[in-house]
Design a protein around this ligand. Structure first.
Ligand code: BES
Ligand code: ZN
Length: 615
């Protein structure tokens, strides 16, 4: 997809045209683009399909002769212009990852396009759950996951992050279920099963979202709340108690929240991500309900996307770091504001460790170019760009800028950046221009092109990467070293002085353990600290890697249950990867996966299919 961006808007001084090429969309918005969607849909749980009418308001150039939409596995019944006059259309060739272009004949005078269509039961964005796969086990559940390019499997749409539109929807669901979207939402179930939605702010297609299930709402503050299945509601409301404070801290940092309400929905455990920043309604995994709020930095992250990503949006998936790197930086600042620097520095150190491992892995597998912030995903699945590079290398780059220019100046710059570019698309190159003009040159700072280029277009981690400091982690590291030297000590709790350790210290501890501990040491740690029975998913997942590496059999039942129950790809991939390192483990992985696969969303099952070589 090509579209033109009037650069005059960005630089007042010069009005030249910049061309953006999105290799992951067939749409040609420079010829004709959608500006509004009216979506009327019916959800059929029995057949696992959505039947719908999508009415688009379009903007065309005078000479336009076609509107091109992205589709994947959609059955298009008819297309007309809103006056019952049918429009010719054709479906193009099916291209791997991208699906098929739907080309509709229009003229420069066409204002509307009405498409009647149905989704496929295999639609990749959709996961249809039977009651047994939910928390309460009483009702079916449906949720979508559109990012990066899966919106086209449930809507014919210009599925490029550079195309924004507003929407209204009317969704009809079985009685007793509640429907929610990335829009203004109802809070209670009604008798008709028909729900209305409105999203007034223009959003890109990857932020289109829908969830349907037996859901209830609990208010958390004047403009925030949480939806969950009834049995999960109280626990969820408790876990996210600090949400209002996060929102106001975020606003203090980078300007007003622009989406009116901010609600969360806790999904069933098969949700393939930790969180997804669907506007007004962040989707989250139940695996962050640790009971002690210790995993809620994820909520700060999704909230931060209300600025970085949802307001200022990466132009293409090659610029993904603009969404995620900024968001990790912003997340860290929110956590610092709410819980203090000591806390946020632990998060930063864990991120640095992830980043170093990711860089090593990518370089080992010959993918050095994927360690650049600016990616080239043309001809590939944009999912390939979803690594710690965009997130954590992006974070450390922004942190380096902050440290070089001073926090006050950097915050001013970011506040201005979000204000100036709100509801617009951003390329890496435009960001660099603005950074140079509005921060570096404006303040006569000594930050050369070399530094910017090394971080953005160069491989690996530059030497000037900031190093977070945590006294708490230093103590953890000392405790491990000491313990490894003195195997005989028995009262580990006392020995480590760990009674007050937070989840993050425990994560540091588990991650720093040597690869091979042996069954006996595994057992003594486990009996002292109960890692195998930990209700904290991050702790269990980190421990489980050692469980596999050490063939620590007492934890295998828990491991199997965790893999069957949880669909979060971030947990699944390292565990299956560790399992398939041995022949025995491979058999075990396949046996478990056979039982688990029906519980996974396409996003997770497609990754694990590839890992286990299953076609
Ligand atoms: N927007 C992402 C999730 C995503 C990225 C989905 C790319 C599909 C393609 C979301 O904000 C995210 O980053 N989630 C993370 C949590 C975060 C705390 C790092 C996750 O799900 O693990
Ligand atoms: Zn994110």
């Amino acid at each position: 997809m090509l579209f033109l961006l009037g650069c005059g808007e960005l630089s007042n001084s010069k009005s030249h045209i910049m061309t953006i090429n999105d290799p992951h969309s067939f749409a040609r918005p420079e010829i004709c683009s959608i500006t509004h969607l009216d979506w009327k849909a019916k959800i059929h749980f029995g057949r696992k399909v959505i039947s719908a009418t999508a009415t688009f308001t379009i903007e065309t150039s005078d000479s336009a002769s076609e509107l091109i939409l992205d589709t994947k596995d959609l059955k298009v019944h008819s297309v007309e212009n809103g006056n019952n006059e049918s429009l010719n259309f054709k479906m193009g060739e099916d291209i791997p990852h991208l699906g098929r272009p739907l080309t509709i004949e229009i003229t420069g005078a066409t204002k509307r396009v009405v498409i009647e269509y149905e989704t496929s039961p295999e639609a990749e964005a959709l996961q249809w759950l039977v009651p047994a796969q939910t928390a309460d086990k009483t009702s079916p559940f449906l949720f979508t996951q559109s990012q990066a390019i899966l919106a086209r499997s449930w809507l014919p749409i210009q599925d490029s992050p550079g195309v924004r539109f507003t929407y209204r929807a009317e969704v009809s669901v079985p009685q007793g279920l509640l429907a929610l979207m990335s829009a203004a939402n109802p809070t209670t179930t009604n008798n008709t099963g028909i729900y209305q939605f409105e999203m007034k702010q223009p959003i890109p297609a990857y932020l289109m979202a829908l969830a349907v299930g037996r859901l209830e709402f609990a208010s958390l503050g004047p403009r925030s709340g949480v939806y969950a299945e009834p049995s999960m509601l109280q626990k969820s409301a408790h876990e996210f108690e600090d949400l209002e404070e996060m929102i106001s801290s975020a606003e203090t940092l980078y300007g007003p929240y622009q989406w009116d309400r901010y609600d969360l929905i806790v999904l069933p455990p098969s949700f393939p991500f930790g969180g997804m920043e669907n506007p007004r309604l962040t989707f989250v995994t139940p695996t962050i309900l640790a009971g002690d709020k210790s995993l809620t930095s994820l909520v700060a992250h999704e909230l931060a996307h209300s600025w970085s990503g949802n307001l200022v949006t990466n132009a293409t998936w090659d610029d993904f770091w603009l969404n995620e790197g900024f968001t990790v930086y912003f997340e860290n600042r929110i956590m610092e504001a709410v819980y203090g620097r000591e806390y946020s520095e632990m998060l930063a150190l864990l991120a640095l460790q992830d980043l170093k491992t990711e860089i090593e892995d990518l370089i080992k597998s010959g993918k050095e170019a994927d360690t650049h912030l600016k990616l080239n995903l043309s001809g590939r699945n944009p999912d390939d760009g979803m690594t710690a590079i965009a997130y954590d290398k992006g974070y450390f780059f922004l942190r380096l800028l902050e440290e070089r220019v001073g926090r006050a100046r950097f915050d001013d710059f970011l506040k201005g950046y979000f204000a100036k570019n709100a509801f617009k698309v951003m390329t890496t190159e435009t960001f660099i221009d603005q950074l140079k003009r509005d921060l570096i040159e404006a303040s006569h700072l000594d930050i050369g092109d070399d530094l910017l280029h090394a971080w953005i277009y160069g491989p690996g981690l530059p030497d000037n990467c900031p190093l977070p400091v945590s006294g708490k982690f230093e103590n953890v590291d000392l405790a491990i070293t000491d313990w490894l030297k003195n195997a005989s000590k028995s009262n580990l709790e006392k020995e480590f002085n760990s009674s007050s350790w937070s989840t993050h210290e425990w994560l540091r501890f588990i991650r720093q353990l040597p690869d091979t501990l042996g069954a006996q040491r595994m057992a003594s740690l486990d009996s002292a600290f109960g890692f195998t029975v930990s209700g904290n998913s991050e702790i269990f997942a980190a421990w489980a890697v050692h469980v596999i590496a050490n063939d620590y059999k007492p934890a295998y039942d828990h491991l199997e249950a965790f893999l069957i129950n949880t669909g979060r790809r971030k947990f699944l991939m390292p565990l299956y990867t560790e399992l398939i390192k041995t022949e025995e483990g491979k058999q075990m992985a396949k046996a478990i996966y056979q039982k688990a696969r029906p519980n996974y969303h396409y996003v997770s099952s497609s990754s694990i299919d590839a890992l286990l070589d299953i076609k």
